[in-house]
Design a protein around this ligand. Structure first.
Ligand SMILES: Cc1cc2nc3c(=O)[nH]c(=O)nc-3n(C[C@H](O)[C@H](O)[C@H](O)COP(=O)(O)OP(=O)(O)OC[C@H]3O[C@@H](n4cnc5c(N)ncnc54)[C@H](O)[C@@H]3O)c2cc1C
Ligand SMILES: *[C@@H]1O[C@H](CO)[C@@H](O)[C@H](O)[C@H]1NC(C)=O
Ligand SMILES: *[C@@H]1O[C@H](CO)[C@@H](O)[C@H](O)[C@H]1NC(C)=O
Ligand SMILES: *[C@@H]1O[C@H](CO)[C@@H](O)[C@H](O)[C@H]1NC(C)=O
Ligand SMILES: *[C@@H]1O[C@H](CO)[C@@H](O)[C@H](O)[C@H]1NC(C)=O
Ligand SMILES: *[C@@H]1O[C@H](CO)[C@@H](O)[C@H](O)[C@H]1NC(C)=O
Ligand SMILES: *[C@@H]1O[C@H](CO)[C@@H](O)[C@H](O)[C@H]1NC(C)=O
Ligand SMILES: *[C@@H]1O[C@H](CO)[C@@H](O)[C@H](O)[C@H]1NC(C)=O
Length: 602
C-alpha cells in the first residue's frame, strides 16, 4: 500500500499543547491525565484522546516508537486505499491506491487476511463500518471506532513499554491478537493498540516439569498462535497429539480464548481450554512480566482461566496439556427446503433433534449446528471422537428413527478419519470475515432441556422470527473433566451442567442509523436472548460469544465466581489500565458520546 502515513512530527494534533497533569478525578490520583466530560446529565472522568491537552507530544511518541523497535504505526481502516482521503484524528491522509484497493476488496471476507492486519476487527459492527471497501473513492472514510495507533509487539519489552505508556498517559489501551472478537473488544475508538499476533513460538514436551503436579505431555504457545498452527504442530508428533481449541481454526489459542474459557470439539472430553492450562507468562498492568501457575500467583492463574479477556494481564505465552489424538467419525445432517417445505414438520424435526442434546453430550458427542430462517437446519458435524461409524450411528439411531417416523425428509452422510485432526480440517467449515452483526447467546442447562425442550424450541422460533440466526454447540464442560478440577477455572460453574451453547446473530450494518442500532440492541437483549433466558433459566452466558449489554451480565457470565473475580481485578488492575466491555470491575466505566470516549462515571 502506498499510503501517505503522517510522521509524528507532521501532525498538528500530535503536537497539541501539552498540560503536564490533566484534571484529577475524585477517584484517582492527580498525576493521571483525566479529561472531565459531561454527558447526558452526568459527570465523567475520561481517558485521554487525540486533541485533548493531555495527549502525548510528538517527542514522547517518538521515544515510544524507538522503545518498540520502530513498530508504532498510525492506524488506518483496512479499506482506506479505496478512498481518496482518510479523515483521521491525526489529520487527513491521502490514501487512494487502486491495486491495494483491489487487494483489500478481495481479501476483506478472508479471515486470515484480516487477522494479519494490525488493528482490524473481523466482525465489523463495532468498528462502526465507516470505511468499507468501495468503488467510489470520493466516499467518506473516517476512523469509526478503530484505534489510532498500534504497536506491533515482537518482544515482551515492547508490550511492557506499551502498557507503561498507556498507563502513564491514561490512554485507552486495546490488546489485539487475531481480531476475531464478536463483542468489539479488540477494537476501540481512539485507542493505542498492542498487537500480540507476532508471538508465534510453539514448543512441545513429553514431560511437563512445571508447578501443579502434572508431568505429562504439554505445549507452550506464544500469544499469537492460531488453532490451525498449534494443531498442525501437535499432529506432526509421533504419535499425533491434540489440544483443546475453538471449532474455528483461525481463532487464537492464547489470547482471548482461554481468558473467556475456550470451548471446542474436545470440550466434552477435557473441559474448556482454560481447564487444560498449566501456566501463563503475562505482563500485568504495572508493566511487570510474571509467571502465573498453580504455585506462583495462583489467584492470577485462576482469573486468567476464564475470568474475562483483557482484564487481568496481557498474555505472552500459555502452556496447555495435550492429549492423544483418536480416530473419529463425523455425521452431517441437513434439513432444507430442498428436502422439506412444511414448516410444521420442520419444527417438529427441530424439536426432536434438540430434545437429544442431553443424550448426545452424555454419550460424549460434540454437535455444531446452524438454524437459519427459511426452514434450514444445518448440522455439521455431529462429532464422535474415538468412535467409529457404527458406534456413532447407534447413538444417533433414536433421532433418525424419530425423523423417519414423522415423515420428515433429510440429507445425511457419515465419514470416519484416523485422527480427529483430519476430521477437523475436512468437516468444519471455514467462516467469513467482514460480516456485521450484533451477537448474543445463551447456554441451555441440561435440566431446562429435559423439562422444557418445547419451550426452548419456541424461543428458537421467536429468535428466527425476529431476524436472528442461531448457531448451536452441544457440549458439556463437566462431562469428561473430574469434578475436583471444575473450580480450578474461573468460568461460570453452570457450564458444567449445560448441553447446548447458542450464539444468536442479528445482522445489522455498523453504520446503520443510530435509532436502528438502538432498536436492534433492544430486540437482541430483550426479545431474542430474553426468550432464551426465560425458556432456560438455569443456563449461563459465555463471555466470548454473547450480548455484553444483557441484564446481570456479572452473574450470567461468571455466576458464583463473580465476587472473587471483582476482588482480583481490583488487586491486579486497580486503576483500569485494561478495559473490555462487561468484564469484572467495569461497572463504573462507560463509552459515552455515542460509543467513543471511555470514561468513569463520577
Ligand atoms: C468465526 C468465529 C468462531 C469462533 N469459535 C469459537 C469457538 O469454537 N469456541 C470459543 O470458545 N470461542 C469461539 N469464538 C469466539 C472467540 O473465543 C473470541 O472471538 C475470542 O475473543 C478470540 O480471541 P483472539 O485472541 O483470537 O481474538 P482478539 O479479537 O484479538 O481478542 C479477543 C479478546 O481477547 C483480548 N486479548 C487478545 N490477545 C490478548 C493477549 N495476548 N493478552 C490479553 N488479552 C488479549 C482482546 O483484548 C479482546 O478482548 C469464535 C469467534 C469467531 C469470530
Ligand atoms: C441518559 O440517561 C437516562 C437516565 O439515566 C437514560 O435512561 C438514557 O438511556 C441515557 N441516554 C443516553 C443516550 O445514554
Ligand atoms: C516509527 O518508526 C518507524 C521506523 O523509523 C517509522 O517507519 C514509523 O513511521 C514510525 N511511526 C510513526 C507513527 O511515526
Ligand atoms: C479533510 O478532508 C475533508 C474532505 O476532503 C475536508 O472537508 C476537511 O476540511 C479536511 N480537513 C483538514 C484538517 O484538512
Ligand atoms: C458511528 O455510526 C453512527 C451511525 O450508526 C454515526 O451516527 C456515528 O457518527 C458514527 N461514529 C463514529 C465515531 O464513526
Ligand atoms: C405438514 O406437517 C404436519 C405435521 O406432520 C401435517 O399435519 C400437515 O398435514 C402437513 N401439511 C402439509 C401441507 O403437508
Ligand atoms: C466399532 O467399534 C466397536 C466397539 O469398539 C467394535 O466392536 C466394532 O467392531 C467397530 N466397528 C468397525 C466397523 O470398526
Ligand atoms: C465449586 O465452588 C462452588 C462455590 O463457589 C461450590 O458451590 C461447588 O460445590 C464447587 N464445585 C465443586 C465441584 O467443587
Amino acid at each position: 500500500m502506498r499510503i501517505n502515513t503522517p510522521s509524528l512530527f507532521a501532525s498538528t494534533v500530535l503536537l497539541a499543547h501539552h498540560v503536564a497533569a490533566g484534571t484529577a478525578s475524585p477517584n484517582n490520583p492527580p498525576s493521571r491525565n483525566w479529561v472531565q466530560r459531561k454527558w447526558n446529565g452526568s459527570n465523567y472522568a475520561c481517558k485521554c484522546y487525540a486533541g485533548d491537552a493531555c495527549w502525548p507530544r510528538a517527542p514522547e511518541w517518538q521515544a515510544l516508537n524507538a522503545t518498540v523497535g520502530g513498530g508504532l504505526r498510525v492506524v488506518t481502516p483496512p479499506a482506506v486505499s479505496c478512498y481518496n482521503t482518510f479523515q483521521g484524528p491525526l489529520g487527513n491522509i491521502s490514501a487512494y491506491d487502486a491495486a491495494a484497493c483491489q487487494a483489500v476488496t478481495t481479501g476483506f471476507p478472508s479471515e486470515q487476511f484480516q487477522v494479519d492486519l494490525p488493528a482490524a476487527g473481523l466482525w465489523t459492527y463495532f468498528t462502526n463500518d465507516t470505511c468499507r471497501p468501495t468503488t467510489n473513492p470520493t466516499d467518506t472514510c473516517t476512523l469509526g471506532y478503530y484505534p489510532v495507533l498500534v504497536i506491533t509487539a515482537k518482544t515482551t519489552d515492547h508490550i511492557q513499554a506499551g502498557i507503561k505508556f498507556a498507563n502513564k498517559n491514561n490512554l485507552r489501551l486495546i490488546v489485539r491478537n487475531t481480531g476475531h472478537d464478536f463483542l468489539g473488544r479488540s477494537v476501540g475508538w481512539g485507542a493505542l493498540v498492542i498487537n500480540t499476533h507476532n508471538f508465534q513460538d510453539i514448543t512441545v514436551t513429553n514431560s511437563w516439569q512445571g508447578a501443579g503436579g502434572y508431568t505429562g505431555s504439554a505445549v507452550t504457545v506464544g500469544a499469537g498462535v492460531q488453532a490451525f498452527k498449534a494443531l498442525k504442530t501437535l499432529h506432526e508428533l509421533s504419535p499425533p497429539r491434540v489440544m483443546v481449541t475453538g471449532e474455528c481454526a483461525t481463532v487464537g489459542v492464547a489470547g482471548g480464548l482461554p481468558q473467556g474459557g475456550g470451548h471446542g470439539p474436545l470440550t466434552n472430553l477435557y473441559g474448556f481450554l482454560a481447564d487444560t492450562a498449566l501456566e501463563f507468562k503475562v505482563i500485568t498492568a504495572d508493566g511487570v512480566l510474571r509467571t502465573a501457575n498453580a504455585v506462583t500467583n495462583p489467584d492470577l492463574f485462576w482469573a486468567l482461566r476464564g475470568g474475562g479477556p483483557a482484564s487481568f494481564a496481557v498474555i505472552v505465552s500459555a502452556s496447555y496439556k495435550t492429549f492423544v489424538d483418536l480416530p473419529s467419525t463425523g455425521v452431517i445432517l441437513n434439513i432444507t427446503p430442498a428436502q422439506n417445505t412444511n414448516a410444521t414438520l420442520f419444527w417438529q424435526g427441530v424439536t426432536a433433534f434438540h430434545g437429544y442434546s442431553n443424550h448426545f453430550v452424555g454419550k460424549g458427542l460434540y454437535v455444531y449446528y446452524e438454524l437459519v430462517p427459511g426452514l434450514v437446519l444445518h448440522v455439521q458435524p455431529i462429532l464422535g471422537i474415538g468412535k467409529n461409524a457404527t458406534e456413532l450411528q447407534a447413538i444417533l439411531k433414536p433421532l433418525f428413527d424419530d425423523l423417519n417416523a414423522m415423515g420428515l425428509a433429510y440429507d445425511t452422510s457419515s465419514k470416519s478419519y484416523s485422527t480427529f485432526y483430519e476430521l477437523y480440517n475436512d468437516m468444519f467449515e471455514t467462516e467469513t470475515a467482514g460480516q456485521s452483526a450484533l451477537t448474543g447467546g445463551w447456554a441451555l442447562a441440561k435440566t431446562d432441556v429435559a423439562n422444557n425442550n418445547a419451550g426452548i424450541v419456541s424461543a428458537f422460533q421467536n429468535a428466527l422470527n425476529h431476524g436472528a440466526i442461531l448457531v448451536g454447540h452441544m457440549w458439556n464442560a463437566g462431562e469428561g473433566l473430574p469434578s475436583r478440577e471444575w473450580n480450578n477455572s474461573a468460568v461460570n460453574p453452570r457450564f458444567r451442567s449445560v448441553s447446548d451453547k447458542l450464539i444468536t446473530v442479528l445482522p445489522l450494518a455498523g453504520n446503520a442509523p443510530l435509532a436502528d442500532k438502538a432498536a436492534a440492541q433492544q430486540t437482541l437483549t430483550g426479545v431474542i436472548d430474553g426468550g432464551l433466558r426465560a425458556a432456560a433459566p438455569n443456563g449461563a452466558a459465555y463471555v466470548n460469544e454473547a450480548d455484553p449489554f444483557q441484564p446481570n451480565w456479572q452473574t450470567a457470565f461468571w455466576g458464583t465466581n463473580y465476587p472473587a473475580l471483582l476482588r482480583l481485578r481490583k488487586r491486579w488492575d486497580p486503576t483500569g489500565v485494561f478495559y473490555a466491555v462487561s468484564t469484572p470491575g467495569t461497572e463504573d466505566w462507560e463509552q459515552i458520546e455515542w460509543g467513543t470516549r471511555l470514561c468513569k462515571k463520577l
